[in-house]
Design a protein around this ligand. Structure first.
Ligand code: DGP
Length: 112
């Protein structure tokens, strides 16, 4: 699978403001924040997009959600939004699965 910018962040070849790390996941601040808190939760395993995941990834995907919750709590967020863009037409620009954790402001619904 093709490496992306996020592999370089995992390997510390590109700097990032990392707020959490464990054996399976890494969390860092988005370079172009859309809210006062904007984090990206990524698996260390390269999965280009959610629709490329399989039943084999069940534990990992659950873990990423728990990590998202943990870092939201760490940032003091009671209300927050999680977002996964799957594919270019859905707004995905980096093809390494990531969960956006957004908080610190109100959000409207439906999203644009
Ligand atoms: P998406 O559009 O869902 O693929 O989101 C990709 C996000 O990644 C976007 O909000 C900007 C962020 N991003 C892109 N390049 C970098 C980078 O080099 N460092 C950091 N911290 N974030 C990045």
């Amino acid at each position: 699978m093709t490496d992306t910018l996020f592999t370089k962040i995992i390997n510390r070849e590109l700097p990032a403001d990392i707020v959490y790390e464990d054996d399976e996941a890494l969390v860092f601040r988005d370079i172009n924040p859309q809210a006062p808190v904007h984090l990206l939760v990524i698996p260390k395993k390269v999965i280009p997009k959610l629709s490329d995941s399989t039943a084999e990834d069940q534990q990992l995907l659950g873990h990423l959600l728990l990590v998202a919750n943990k870092v939201a709590e760490q940032e003091g967020l009671e209300n927050f939004r999680l977002n996964i863009n799957n594919g270019a037409d859905a707004g995905q620009t980096v093809f390494h699965l990531h969960i956006h954790v957004l908080g610190g402001r109100s959000f409207s619904w439906p999203p644009g």
